[in-house]
Design a protein around this ligand. Sequence first.
Ligand SMILES: Nc1nc2c(ncn2[C@@H]2O[C@H](COP(=O)(O)OP(=O)(O)OP(=O)(O)O)[C@@H](O)[C@H]2O)c(=O)[nH]1
Ligand SMILES: [Mg+2]
Length: 343
Amino acid sequence: MRQEFGRDAVILHTAQKKPWLWGRFGPRRYEVVGAFDPNISSSSRRNDRDGVNSANASTRAGVQRQTVEPSRPPTADTRPDPAWSEAMLKVYSRLIRVDIPRDLAVNLIKEVLSKLPKEEWNNEARLWEGLNKAAAGRIKSCEPWEFNGKQHVVALIGPTGVGKTTTIAKLAANFSLVAGRKVGLITLDTYRIAAVEQLKTYAEIIGLPVQVAYSPKELKEALRKLQDKDLILIDTAGRSQNNQLHMAELRNFFEGVEAEIHLVISATTKPRDVDEIISVFGQLPINRVIVTKLDETSAYGVLLHTCERARVPIAFVTTGQGVPEDIEVADGQRIAQLILGDA
Ligand SMILES: Nc1nc2c(ncn2[C@@H]2O[C@H](COP(=O)(O)OP(=O)(O)OP(=O)(O)O)[C@@H](O)[C@H]2O)c(=O)[nH]1
Ligand SMILES: [Mg+2]
């Protein structure tokens, strides 16, 4: 906007335009609405524009400095195996570059070697091809719920601020407005001021009923009230994985409830924290994982790490703050390409 119309132009609204849930990583379009004062002379605007251009160039350079890691080949002491060929080391460092943890990278390469004839072990292209297959094989995804007369009760759990409530709003809008399903919402998040309001606001816009449950008994009552719905989405309070009391509360809520529990993890989480989150939230029977905020990182290795540790399929990924459009059905093959694509 500013490159085009000068420094005084202001952005009023931006939106990402792309197909909804079933778009499967479709191409993106952006809509930017802005305004500028036409009374500012074009020459001063041109000057502004130069100023802005140079500012942009330096910002871009700044961002690149932060996000692009130099591709240093592993040194002798970080070599996972002294017998590894140059090609193996090269693919290993590419895996590290996209944030795949070292032990997982070694494990993947060993899997590839076990399937590749020895004379190809020094062929980088063949190794990389094998790695793509190995990664895709390890990322299990699943199709969205089929209904055939069966009701699905789905609870989203996970750490604070990963996007549980927003993801519920996206799912609710897609399954009710696009797929034409009867959807009901329940929230157990009565800890945070405005948490209930957040879900109620979405529900009002979409036109869905919301129940608030303060206790396990009330959850069962709420489920009864929504028994005519095809899909019931349950929002929970985000808590740190270090809060054991919260885990006990969550377990109490879901005891005797047939809910499909979806663990929500942000793609920006560090691998070590993923381990911790999965081990602590794993006190509940997790059926699926949802990975959020793919738009906030460019190294997607944590998706592979999450699949490895959670040992359940990824159901959905989310790619922005926009409700309802920034959510997609997970596709293992496509996620593998995404992870290794930039390496
Ligand atoms: N960039 C980006 N932001 C997202 C995404 N999903 C959610 N957010 C944002 O993350 C912030 C937190 O979202 P919430 O849905 O409130 O997260 P939550 O897990 O319900 O949070 P708690 O209930 O406090 O634990 C909001 O600003 C959302 O707009 C996503 O896919 N990408
Ligand atoms: Mg929430």
